[in-house]
Ligand binder design. Structure first.
Ligand SMILES: [Fe+2]
Length: 221
């Protein structure tokens, strides 16, 4: 059973987010010492994070991260940020041309949400008890070759569809129109409260560390 943390499986649609051409979807930022931190996070992941494909994402909390990678939290604290969660997220090899959500090769188009304690799916733990809006991502593996895509929805009222590979609800490809894209070649803040997905043309899994903080990251976007 995958350890689900980000996305609810209610079948109900997310709150509508106004999307327009002036919206800022991402911004590269300076995280002090990030190249060194990247190495430490990869070592941490290889030691403590359950691997794909059984586990696609896994949430680590402050105490564990502070014990193993104190420099990471010091770096965030120097930016005025207090970490709440570090999620190791994997995107498997996929194909941008595949648009069937049931096909493991399709991009997982979704909007991050608060976990739903009333989920109709079994064993979905409630770890994200807040509404995620903006995340800070540090690239780990195969990010330079991968592309993060943002979408708008043609029909905002359309119900979620099921992505078996991710054991999660997401958006139908037929309802999603690409509006922005970037490659995570250095740390960045990005919107996760709008439809998004990752195209990974590598055979190897693409991994990132994605962080949630006590404070809003709006000022960094
Ligand atoms: Fe996401």
């Amino acid at each position: 059973m995958l350890f689900i943390i980000l996305v609810m499986l209610t079948g109900t649609h997310c709150k509508s987010q106004a999307i327009n051409s002036s919206m800022q979807y991402y911004n590269f930022i300076d995280v002090p010492n990030w190249k060194n931190l990247q190495k430490q996070i990869i070592d941490f992941k290889n030691k403590f994070t359950p691997p794909p494909p059984e586990t696609i994402w896994w949430c680590h909390f402050e105490e564990e991260v502070r014990k193993e990678i104190p420099e990471l939290l010091e770096s965030f604290e120097s930016m005025g940020l207090k970490m709440k969660q570090m999620i190791i997220f994997t995107n498997l090899y996929n194909d941008i041309a595949v648009t069937d959500n049931k096909d493991p090769m399709s991009i997982f188009v979704h909007t991050d949400r608060e976990d739903n304690p009333n989920s109709t799916y079994d064993e979905v733990p409630v770890l994200t008890d807040f509404v995620p809006t903006i995340a800070l991502n540090i690239p780990l593996e195969h990010c330079e070759e991968s592309t993060t895509l943002f979408y708008s929805l043609t029909d905002e009222s359309q119900d979620d569809v099921y992505y078996p590979t991710y054991n999660c609800g997401g958006h139908s490809h037929s309802n999603a129109v690409e509006v922005e894209r970037f490659n995570l070649v250095q740390p960045a803040v990005l919107r996760v409260d709008v439809p998004h997905g990752v195209y990974n043309p590598c055979k190897e899994p693409r991994t990132v560390a994605t962080f949630r903080f006590e404070s809003d990251l709006q000022d960094l976007l």
